[in-house]
Design a protein around this ligand. Structure first.
Ligand SMILES: Nc1ncnc2c1ncn2[C@@H]1O[C@H](COP(=O)(O)OP(=O)(O)OP(=O)(O)O)[C@@H](O)[C@H]1O
Length: 439
């Protein structure tokens, strides 16, 4: 008997659906709130989920995002949407929902879809099969989504992947995480296209035969060959000279290359993962990047948000860097104090994770005992006006409370001693709003 979790707050509709589904031979676990549903879905045993998008405590979308964030191996999930909210439906499908039905609901259509899903869905893995803490990329919903995405991409090892994001967000870290999931025993070879002189890139990528040019005394395999059946990470792909782009395209298309000065084709087994901090589409428009290569390398794209857009990761990463520093230098084991946390959350981090890492390293070195010396590096704050400082302090306090309370409005407001309305107004004012939660 297929076990279905139904998350529906409307009593009449819920009862009717339970009755019909039971008659049709499904075992139904009916939950009336988003939070109760979330708890049910985190338990193993349920095979399919039917979720109403409009729930009173937690929207269906927020619920689904939390499931993804908690790394639950997603069940085939059908959503019920009302009011023709097609944007919601599209968003859910993109996030991985199996399908959606609109209200007024046709129970027959629901049964048909559930039967089809039950017939095709694989047995479920244990939902608590967490990756080790060491393997994690972050705890923000954005990074959890990327982790889940990597699990999917690892199952399609031939398809090129493009990783985009500002400098220092962790593009190489993500590429390595994909490699670990896909083929940890095979090589990971990284090449920075911006760092190599134009004259050397071609030989570096494709290799050369003996005598191919002056100084080529031996045959040398290029990085494509060195990567074997592993991953070739081409960083700063936007800086690749145009002439080489067409050659790269041919290799990606045919999965074969010829070394410089050679005639024999060599099979390419590696997965190509490209990265860029530049706007590739703009480079295409400006004629600096080939449009066909652009489409080829970005079949699958992972866009890593800047650190300022995922504040949940700041303290998590900070703790991690502190622990790493402490492990290397046992005399410099430092701890974050409340004021340090607020300060960290309040910074814009234009250099992203790299800047955070360097800041903490410096603060560990300059610190004493368990204390870090973070704020001595903050000269900008001293130069701002009193009003700006007050506002910055207020923003940081609110952000810290939001992160601590997982963005639950009621709890956060209680923690701060203000009303929900005031909290909401301040969140809007400081750009801290998160639309997903109504907690
Ligand atoms: N999720 C993460 N967990 C731990 N460390 C991270 C994470 N993301 C980034 N880092 C650290 O931040 C630094 C920058 O990361 P990385 O080199 O991957 O960024 P990038 O986006 O490739 O940068 P660039 O565009 O400058 O090449 C590295 O030292 C890396 O170890």
């Amino acid at each position: 008997m297929t076990r279905v979790c139904l998350i529906e707050d409307d009593a009449i509709m819920g009862e009717a659906l339970v009755e019909r589904l039971t008659l049709e031979g499904f075992a139904v676990d009916w939950r009336r709130t988003g939070r109760a549903g979330l708890a049910a879905l985190r338990e193993t045993g349920v095979e399919l989920a039917v979720i109403d998008v409009n729930l009173p405590d937690l929207s269906g979308i927020a619920l689904f995002e939390r499931l993804i964030a908690s790394r639950v191996d997603l069940l085939p999930t059908l959503f019920i949407t009302g009011y023709g909210t097609i944007e919601d439906a599209v968003r859910l499908l993109k996030l991985g929902a199996a399908d959606y039905l609109t209200k007024p609901l046709d129970p027959g259509a629901l049964i048909d879809k559930l039967r089809a899903l039950a017939a095709t869905s694989a047995p479920r893995r244990d939902v608590r099969q967490e990756v080790s803490e060491h393997e994690r990329l972050g705890i923000s919903p954005a990074m959890c989504r990327i982790e889940a995405e990597l699990d999917r991409l690892a199952r399609h090892p031939q398809t090129p992947v493009l990783i985009s994001g500002e400098s220092g967000v962790g593009k190489e870290v993500v590429a390595r995480a994909l490699h670990r999931r896909q083929c940890p025993q095979a090589p990971f070879v990284a090449v920075n296209c911006a760092a190599l002189p134009e004259t050397l890139i071609e030989a570096e990528l494709f290799g050369h035969e003996r005598g191919a040019f002056t100084g080529a005394e031996r045959r040398r395999p290029g990085v494509f060959e060195q990567a074997g059946a592993g991953v070739l990470f081409l960083d700063e792909i936007g800086d690749m000279p145009l002439a080489l782009q067409s050659r790269l395209l041919r290799v990606v298309q045919s999965r074969q290359l010829t070394r410089i000065g050679g005639v024999e084709p060599v099979e390419v087994g590696a997965r190509l993962v490209c990265a860029t901090h530049r706007d590739l589409a703009a480079l295409v428009r400006a004629g600096h990047f080939r449009e066909d290569l652009y489409y080829r390398v970005r079949v699958l794209e992972i866009a890593i948000p800047p650190l300022r857009e995922r504040p949940e990761d700041i303290l998590w990463l900070a703790e991690r860097f502190l622990a790493e520093h402490g492990a290397r230098f046992p005399d410099e084991r430092r701890r974050l104090e409340a004021a340090d946390r607020q300060w960290l959350l309040n910074q814009p981090w234009p250099g992203n994770v790299r800047e955070l890492q360097h800041t903490l390293e410096r603060a560990c070195i300059l610190g004493q005992g368990e204390r870090l010396r973070l704020r001595s590096t903050d000269t900008a704050l001293a130069e701002t006006s009193l009003r700006q400082q007050t506002e910055a302090g207020e923003r940081a306090t609110i952000l810290a409370a939001l992160v601590e309370q997982d963005y639950r409005m009621t709890q956060t407001a209680a923690r701060l001693g203000i009303s929900r309305k005031t909290l909401w107004q301040k969140m809007k004012r400081y750009g801290l709003s998160r639309t997903e939660d109504a907690g």
